[in-house]
Design a protein around this ligand. Structure first.
Ligand SMILES: Cc1cc2nc3c(=O)[nH]c(=O)nc-3n(C[C@H](O)[C@H](O)[C@H](O)COP(=O)(O)O)c2cc1C
Length: 145
């Protein structure tokens, strides 16, 4: 662990979940990144982004591979903000029986790839399982220093 006051990566995890699947995944990720802040989309103050080194966005998918409204609002705001300094990651839950599995993750991926330093994306089938842990650990490891 870095000593207090030393340089370490300041990370915000910002997610939207309706039924709890994406919330559970966000919490599992937060437990692997104990120094990160965990926020629902409507709790996070985007004005504080200049203070961060990394932003991790979590969302479920709605409609036909689309962003749910609260995630869409976050997307639109991020699109307008100067975020080139941020390392970013995107995770989401969805269901593989829809045509566009985790389509909302793809939308954020494309925008964050263009606007920030996108490191990684992760798509999980509904409720996060023990067997997903290696992929989640690999995701988290990219934001650990
Ligand atoms: C009306 C409706 C539309 C959905 N559309 C998609 C979709 O296009 N792609 C997908 O992967 N999942 C889709 N899903 C599945 C949800 O994204 C999935 O259940 C997710 O885990 C819910 O996350 P939450 O529990 O965090 O709200 C849809 C679910 C509903 C109810």
């Amino acid at each position: 662990m870095p000593a207090m006051g030393s340089m370490s990566c300041k990370v915000a995890i910002v997610y939207h979940s309706a039924g709890g699947n994406t919330k559970a995944l966000a919490e599992a990720l937060a437990s692997l990144l104990p120094a990160a802040g965990l926020y629902r989309t409507n709790e996070f103050d985007l004005c504080t982004l200049p203070d961060y080194d990394a932003l991790i966005v979590g969302t479920y998918t709605w409609g036909n591979g689309e962003l749910p409204a609260k995630s869409a609002a976050l997307y639109k705001e991020l699109e307008q903000l100067p975020i080139a300094h941020l390392k970013t990651g995107v995770f989401g839950t969805g269901e593989t029986n829809y045509n566009h599995f985790c389509g909302a993750v793809d939308h954020f991926r494309d925008m964050l790839f263009a606007k920030s330093q996108l490191l990684v994306t992760l798509k999980i089938e509904q409720m996060y399982q023990e067997s997903d842990l290696p992929r989640l650990q690999k995701f988290a490891s990219l934001f650990q220093n």
